[in-house]
Design a binder for this molecule. Structure first.
Ligand code: C2E
Ligand code: MG
Ligand code: MG
Length: 595
C-alpha cells in the first residue's frame, strides 16, 4: 500500500484527485490494521486460555477503537506533497493515524510488560523490539516527513517477530525436515484444547538395533521412509527423537488409506536389493489410535504410544497394534500398579513372606521360598502376580528385585535361620536379572555386605520364551554356582516346558508346578507319565523334586508315595510374614531336631 500510494502521488496528474487520496487513505488504514494486529498477537495467548470477562470487554473496546480510527481516517481530509523529488502525505487524516498507531504501540508495550509472566520471554523480547523499531521510525518520519520509513520499519519488525517466534527451523527436525518432537506436545495440546477429533499412527521399527550394522540399516530405513513421507499430505508428520514417525490425522477418514499407501511403499522397495534388505530386517510396526479421545490429554496419548514400543525381536506375525479404549484402561491400570511399586520402594513397603518347604527325608521344614508382597497403605497386600509381570515389562523389575533380595538377606542375617533348621532360602530370579551382565557381581556383593554364606541361597529360575540371552543366564549361573549358590527350576510343567533346562543348566532341584500336579491328581494319563518320567530322570541325575501347590492330605500322601523329596503348599502353610514364619518353623522343627 505504501508503494502504491507513492506511485499514485507521482502519477497524480494522470488520475482523478479522489483516486489518489483513496489509495493514500488505504495505506493509512493498513497501518491501523497492522498496529492493531500487533496488539492482538501480543495478547492472543492470554485471551485463549485466561481471558477474564473484563479482559474480553477490553478486547472489544479495542476493536471498536480500531473501527473508529479507520472511520476517522476515512472522513478527515488528507493532502499530499510532491515536488518531483520528495513526496509525502500530510493533513488531519495522517495525524489521526499517527495518534491511533501510537496508542496501539503503547498498548502493546504495556500489555507485554503486564503479561510478562504468561508470555514466552522470547515473545516479550520480540514484541519490544518490533515496537521500538516502529516507534523510532515513526518519530523520525514525523519530524522529517520526507523520510518514508514507517512501513519499512514495520516490515522489519514483523520479520524480527517471525525469526524470533515463528521460525520454522526450531519446529523442524534437523535430521529429516519433518516437524520435530519439540512441537508434538504443543500441537497435541492444541488439538485436545480445541476438542478436535483426530487419529494417530506411529511408525516404528521392530528392531533392537544392537549391532552397529543394524543401526546403520535403521538409519537408512528411516531416511527412506522420511523422504517418502513428504509425499503424504493427509496427515501432519512428526519425527520423534526416538527414531519413529508420528502421523496425526485431523481428518480421521484418511488413516486407513494412508497406512495402505505406506505399506504399499514398503512392499514396493522390499524387492530392491540392499534397500529391501533393510526394510525386511527392520520390520515396520504401526501403532494406531483410531480415536484419540480415548486419552484425556497429550501426556497420556504420548505415554500410550510409548508403551507399545516393540522392542523384542519376536516372531510375532502382526505388524500393527490398534489401541482402543480397552487398551487404554489396561495401560492406566499398568501405570497405577507401576506407581504403587515405585511408592512402595520409596517408602520401604516391599515385604517378603516365606513359605515353608517340607523335607520328606528329615520330616522337617528345611527350606523356604521367599515371596514378595507390597504392603498397601490400608494394610492389605498386593500379590506378586499383579505387579511382577508389569514390573518386568516396565523395566522396574531390577531395582525391585534388588530391594527384595536385600530384604531377604537382611532377614536371613538377623535371625540366623540356619539355627532353626533352614538349610536354604529360595529366591525367585526374574528373567531380566538372570540375563543382566552385572547380576553376578551385584549378588555376590550383596552376600558380602550381609556376610551371608552363599550356600544359604537357592535361586529359582523359570523357563521362559522371553529369555533373550540364554548364554548370559548360563554364564551367570556357572559363576554363582562356583561361589556355592544353588539353583531350582521353578514352575516345571506349567508352560513351555523344556527338559533341556535340566540338562543344560546347573539346577539341583526341579519344582513341579501346581498345574501339573493338578492334572496328575485328575488322573490325566499324559500328566502322570510326565511326572513319573521327570521324577525318575531327575533322581537319576541327582536332582531333587519339590511338589508345589499341595493343599490336601490326599495330595500330600500321593506325592509322598511318588517319591518326591519336598512338599510345598497350603497343606502346611501359606507364605508367612517374617515373625510368623520364624514361629512356625521353631514350633515344627525344634521338636524334630531335639527328638
Ligand atoms: P512361584 O515362584 O511359582 O511361587 C509359588 C506361588 O504359589 C506363590 O504365589 C505361592 O503363594 C503359591 N502357592 C504355594 N502353595 C500353594 C497352594 O497350595 N495353593 C495355591 N493355590 N497356591 C500356592 P505368590 O506368592 O502369589 O507368587 C506368585 C508368583 O510371583 C511366583 O510364583 C513367582 O513367579 C512370582 N514372584 C513372587 N515373588 C517374587 C520375587 O521376589 N521375585 C520375582 N521375580 N518373582 C516373584
Ligand atoms: Mg518360585
Ligand atoms: Mg513355582
Amino acid at each position: 500500500m505504501d508503494i502504491a500510494s507513492c506511485y499514485f502521488i507521482v502519477k497524480s496528474r494522470r488520475y482523478e484527485e479522489y483516486v489518489v487520496i483513496a489509495v493514500c487513505k488505504l495505506y493509512l488504514i493498513s497501518l491501523h490494521c497492522v498496529a492493531f494486529s500487533a496488539l492482538g498477537y501480543a495478547v492472543s495467548d492470554i485471551f485463549e486460555y485466561f481471558g477474564t470477562i473484563n479482559e474480553k470487554f477490553l478486547g472489544i473496546c479495542y476493536q471498536v477503537f480500531c473501527i473508529i480510527g479507520v472511520v476517522i481516517t476515512v472522513y478527515l481530509p488528507l493532502d499530499y506533497y510532491y515536488d518531483g523529488v520528495t513526496l509525502y502525505t500530510h493533513g488531519p487524516a495522517a495525524i489521526a493515524t499517527y495518534v491511533f498507531v501510537s496508542i496501539y504501540i503503547l498498548s502493546v508495550i504495556i500489555a507485554a510488560a503486564l503479561l510478562k509472566n504468561h508470555l514466552k520471554a522470547q515473545k516479550v523480547y520480540a514484541l519490544y523490539l518490533w515496537m521500538a523499531v516502529w516507534a523510532i521510525s515513526a518519530i523520525i518520519q514525523f519530524l522529517n516527513p520526507k523520510l518514508l520509513i514507517v512501513s519499512f520499519a514495520s516490515c522489519i519488525g514483523a520479520l524480527i517477530m517471525y525469526f524470533e517466534l515463528e521460525n520454522p527451523q526450531s519446529s523442524l527436525s534437523r535430521r529429516t525436515g519433518h516437524f520435530s518432537s519439540a512441537v508434538i506436545h504443543e500441537y497435541l495440546d492444541y488439538l485436545y484444547q480445541t476438542k478436535q477429533n483426530f487419529s494417530a499412527m506411529r511408525i516404528s521399527f521392530q528392531t533392537s538395533a544392537e549391532s552397529s550394522d543394524e543401526n546403520k540399516l535403521l538409519r537408512q530405513t528411516i531416511e527412506m521412509l522420511s523422504d517418502f513421507l513428504f509425499s503424504v499430505d493427509t496427515a501432519k508428520i512428526f519425527d520423534t527423537a526416538e527414531g519413529y514417525f508420528l502421523l496425526i490425522f485431523e481428518n480421521t477418514d484418511f488413516l486407513e488409506s494412508t497406512k495402505y499407501q505406506i505399506s504399499t511403499y514398503f512392499q514396493s522397495i522390499e524387492n530392491s536389493s540392499d534397500v529391501g534388505n533393510a526394510i525386511t530386517l527392520m520390520r515396520p510396526f504401526y501403532t494406531i489410535i483410531p480415536d484419540c479421545s480415548i486419552s484425556e490429554n497429550a501426556d497420556e496419548l504420548m505415554m500410550l504410544l510409548a508403551s507399545y514400543v516393540p522392542t523384542i525381536k519376536g516372531n510375532s506375525s502382526s505388524n500393527e497394534v490398534v489401541v482402543t479404549a480397552e487398551t487404554m484402561s489396561d495401560v492406566r491400570h499398568q501405570k497405577d500398579i507401576e506407581k504403587l511399586v515405585i511408592d512402595a520402594m520409596e517408602n520401604n513397603r516391599i515385604e517378603v513372606h516365606y513359605q515353608p518347604i517340607f523335607n520328606l527325608a528329615t520330616n522337617t521344614f528345611s527350606s523356604a521360598e521367599a515371596l514378595v508382597r507390597i504392603k498397601l497403605i490400608d494394610g492389605t497386600y498386593l500379590q506378586p502376580n499383579e505387579f511382577i509381570p508389569i514390573a518386568e515389562i516396565s523395566g522396574r523389575i531390577i531395582p525391585l528385585s534388588d530391594a527384595i533380595y536385600r530384604r531377604a538377606l537382611s532377614f536371613i542375617k538377623s535371625y540366623h535361620i540356619e539355627r532353626i533348621g533352614i538349610k536354604h532360602i529360595e529366591l525367585n530370579l526374574s528373567v531380566k536379572q538372570g540375563e543382566s551382565p552385572t547380576f553376578t557381581t551385584k549378588l555376590l556383593q550383596m552376600l558380602d555386605d550381609y556376610q551371608i554364606n552363599p550356600d544359604l541361597i537357592n535361586l529359582e529360575i523359570t523357563e521362559t520364551s522371553s529369555l533373550r540371552s540364554k548364554e548370559r543366564l548360563h554364564e551367570n549361573m556357572s559363576k554363582l554356582e562356583a561361589h556355592g549358590l544353588s539353583f531350582s527350576l521353578d514352575d516345571f510343567g506349567s508352560g513351555s516346558s523344556n527338559l533341556n533346562y535340566i540338562i543344560d543348566m546347573p539346577v539341583t532341584v526341579v519344582k513341579l508346578d501346581k498345574l501339573l500336579s493338578e492334572e496328575y491328581f485328575k488322573k490325566n494319563n499324559k500328566a502322570q507319565a510326565i511326572v513319573n518320567a521327570v521324577i525318575e530322570m531327575a533322581h537319576s541325575m541327582g536332582i531333587q523334586i519339590v511338589a508345589e501347590g499341595i493343599e490336601t492330605q490326599e495330595e500330600f500322601d500321593e506325592m509322598k508315595s511318588l517319591g518326591v523329596d519336598y512338599i510345598q503348599g497350603f497343606f502346611f502353610s501359606k507364605p508367612l510374614p517374617e515373625h510368623e514364619f520364624l514361629k512356625f518353623i521353631q514350633e515344627h522343627n525344634l521338636k524334630y531336631i531335639y527328638q
